[in-house]
Design a protein around this ligand. Structure first.
Ligand code: NAD
Length: 246
């Protein structure tokens, strides 16, 4: 499905990003594994991908830092020769009730989760415009559609990502660059492992399919949006949430 394609997945050393990187590689794509934190984990993902018979390398960059993202994109194009797919997955949470939320908690989340998508998209766009071909997939969140108490910063960022997806899709469509998003619901990762039993129970009661999702559930939809099978879809946000928000 993705034979010969070259991809960057941001925040790919664990969780949903790792699953996306592996899923794209299983379909034949070469993958640059972006990371900000643990080099060891990123290296482990690279080795797993190489075992699938495609190329991979790790590349450190803070997605919110324009110069480090520009370097990352340059490095990927040097290494792979071209760049066809960008998956904007990196994200953080700094949850707090509005009245307790500090300015820096708001700024950190907006910077990584929203500005990061803008910076990475801008950095790949010139190259994709020249080759008149590209797939950009943004990882939003279902709370960007529904809202969530205690997550004003995160929800604002993810709602922003959904808007950014629509705007860039319209702007880049004539150049054959597709921009779509996935909005995961509650997915079992380090991010959701921190929940208490009570929070988990409350969550399950809101999900018609009565289960949390797996990172692979999200990765398979990203793979579809990164492939030619989705060539009449742009500007959309696909909910991967067990039916939680309809
Ligand atoms: P995670 O914390 O396991 O992974 C996030 C990754 O992003 C980590 O590898 C982290 O190092 C990386 N990262 C953070 N800041 C970065 C930066 N500035 N530059 C580069 N990388 C950075 O979380 P996850 O659950 O795998 O989440 C992945 C994405 O899915 C996030 O965008 C998150 O908001 C979104 N999401 C997750 C869920 C869920 O239930 N887990 C639900 C909806 C949306």
């Amino acid at each position: 499905m993705l034979q010969g394609k070259n991809a960057i997945v941001t925040g790919a050393s664990r969780g949903i990003g790792r699953a996306i990187a592996l899923e794209l590689a299983k379909q034949g794509a070469n993958v640059a594994v972006n990371y900000a934190g643990s080099e060891t984990k990123a290296q482990a993902v690279v080795e797993e991908i190489e075992q699938l018979g495609v190329k991979a390398f790790k590349v450190q960059a803070d997605v919110a830092n324009e110069s480090s993202v520009k370097d990352m994109v340059k490095q990927v194009i040097n290494e792979f020769g071209s760049l066809d797919i960008l998956v904007n997955n990196a994200g953080i949470t700094r949850d707090n009730l509005l009245m307790r939320m500090k300015e820096e908690e708001f700024d950190q989340v907006i910077n990584t989760n929203l500005k990061g998508v803008f910076v990475c998209t801008k950095a790949v766009t010139r190259h994709m415009m020249k080759q008149r071909n590209g797939k950009i997939v943004n990882v939003a969140s279902i709370v960007g559609v529904s809202g969530n108490p205690g997550q004003a910063n995160y929800v604002a960022a993810k709602a922003g990502v959904i808007g950014l997806t629509k705007s860039t899709a319209k702007e880049l469509a004539t150049r054959n660059i597709y921009v779509n998003a996935v909005a995961p619901g509650f997915i079992s990762t380090d991010m959701t492992d921190e929940l208490t039993d009570e929070q988990r129970e409350g969550m399950l009661s809101m999900i018609p399919l009565e289960k949390l999702g797996d990172p692979e559930d999200v990765a398979k939809v990203v793979r579809f949006l990164a492939s030619d099978d989705s060539n009449y879809i742009t500007g959309q946000t696909i909910h991967v949430d067990g039916g939680m928000v309809m």
